[in-house]
Ligand binder design. Structure first.
Ligand code: G3P
Length: 478
């Protein structure tokens, strides 16, 4: 069937012998947009073998050569930004301009990773034995960083290109091979991105991309003995993966409930602008989205008015028109969001706008006077719905933030830098932004969650290091 996108293995585009395919539903039209191959477990086994042997040769390829290929892939990726962005618009309803930005950012990430890899992997350590008691200077220890082997990369639907390359590029520069399992929604964008790596001329079998049903190949991939490291971004599935995975390094970025703490002295125009950007860009479908506003009672009325005025200006509609608010990724996601909204309504939250939904399109909604007994105070909607909780002390805000099972990022708005730093220290999150909305980028910054938000740290440098292990050689002198 010519309509089904092929998967990528051994440097070739292949049809699955299963003859089965997976449909990708366009969130806007709610009709099948694309189809991808439903790979079988047998095909996964083959891909694992290929990735394993390709990695052995790749590890011996000079670092500068690996970097050169990555730079080439980055340039090709940027050249192909328009067709890839078009897929993002159709598969995940990302607004047209943001879709282009995702691809360009991805190209930049790949190039930066190549450069950073050459710097940090080209260096090792030299230790001498006589610094430890009881030793003469008779042992010289040389350290280097060696690859882990086969990296399984599983990105989420919200950045199928960028969060794929943020795993692929560090893996490759460090001498690993890749098995990519893209999200179903986003799979075609990911396949186009893989095509750019194909055009760059990487060795066969080094990069592989299998598509299919999570129910058939999900556990099979994550529990596969051929996998030496899993880099996963997504939701609760990550917790299940970490329980089932073998004794291999895991890099996981899961959900978040990023709080925005607003003190009475904050610049409320700045806060409102950041709440709009942080809470509503890509319709709130970012793990780093502002997911709860904790504002001091004395500033709350003024802030809510400002945010309301800006919400009214958000454009709502199809991603092709580059609207601010576009349909959420699936019907089940829209239903989940609606469940949170109805729960808040029943329990007496103040609706700053009328709740409105058409298909998967949910109009932006600010909920004021949210209380801790409401689900939306704790759960992440992953949609354009933002709760405001009024607080009477900074401690109350910190307490709410730390009572969450998530700990990805958070932000605090105040002109008092000392207070901001004390609050940052008190917040149990991987990152705290002072006077700006949470965000992963710039992509070389460390990025990590604590508690249910993840394991390990990302960001270009940390990801390269995470995808290597230390090897030492000790020279024993007579
Ligand atoms: O949701 C994925 C997460 O990595 C967010 O990235 O760039 O939107 O902060 P960003």
């Amino acid at each position: 069937d010519g309509d089904v996108y092929k998967y990528y293995a051994d440097g070739e585009w292949k049809k699955s012998a299963s003859g089965k395919s997976v449909a990708i539903i366009n969130p806007t039209t709610r009709k099948t947009q694309y189809k991808v191959q439903a790979c079988s477990q047998e095909e996964v086994n083959k891909v694992m073998d290929l990735a394993k042997s390709a990695q052995k040769l790749w590890a011996k390829t000079p670092l500068w050569k690996r970097a050169e290929l990555l730079h080439k892939a980055a340039a090709i990726l940027k050249e192909h930004k328009a067709p890839i962005a078009e897929c993002l618009v159709k598969e995940i309803a990302k607004p047209a301009k943001d879709a282009v930005t995702e691809v360009v950012r991805s190209g930049d990430l790949v190039s930066y990773t190549a450069e950073e890899g050459v710097r940090i992997l080209g260096e090792g350590k030299f230790l001498v034995s006589d610094s430890f008691p009881g030793n003469e200077r008779t042992k010289y220890c040389l350290t280097s960083k060696i690859p882990l082997g086969v990296i399984l990369a599983i990105p989420p639907f919200n950045y199928p290109v960028n969060l794929a390359v943020s795993k692929i590029a560090p893996a490759l520069i460090a001498g690993n091979s890749i098995v990519l399992k893209p999200p179903t929604q986003g799979a075609v964008s990911a396949l186009h991105m893989v095509h750019c790596f194909h055009l760059a001329g990487f060795p066969k079998g080094l990069i592989n991309c299998v598509t299919g049903k999570g129910s058939e190949i999900g556990d099979f991939l994550t529990m596969h003995p051929g996998v030496n490291c899993i880099s996963f971004t997504g939701g609760d599935t990550g917790i299940a993966i970490s329980k089932k995975a073998g004794m291999i390094p895991l890099q996981m970025e899961l959900g978040g409930k990023d709080a925005c703490i607003v003190l009475e002295d904050a610049d409320l125009d700045l806060v409102a602008a950041n709440i709009i950007k942080g809470g509503f860009s890509y319709s709130g479908q970012r793990c780093t989205a502002v997911k709860v506003v904790l504002v001091m009672e004395s500033a709350a009325d003024a802030l809510v008015e400002k945010v309301k005025a800006k919400v009214a200006k958000l454009t709502v509609g199809p991603p092709e028109d580059d609207c601010d608010i576009t349909p959420v990724v699936s019907e089940s996601s829209a239903n989940f969001i609606e469940g949170l909204v109805l729960d808040a309504k029943e329990k007496g939250a103040t609706f700053c706008q009328e709740y409105k939904r058409e298909g998967n399109l949910i109009w932006p909604l600010l909920l004021d006077n949210v209380r801790p007994d409401m689900r939306i105070a704790w759960e992440e909607p992953f949609g354009p719905v933002l709760p405001v909780i009024r607080i009477n002390s900074v401690e109350e805000g910190i307490h709410h933030c730390n009572a969450s099972n998530f700990g990805l990022q958070g932000c605090v708005f105040t002109k008092d830098v000392n207070k901001a730093i004390m609050i940052s220290d008190a917040m149990e999150t991987g990152t705290v932004q002072i006077n700006s909305a949470p965000a992963r980028g710039p992509d070389h910054f460390p990025f990590q969650g604590i508690k249910d938000s993840g394991i390990g740290s990302q960001g270009i440098t940390n990801s390269i290091n995470m995808m290597t292990k230390v090897k030492t050689t000790v020279i024993n002198l007579p």
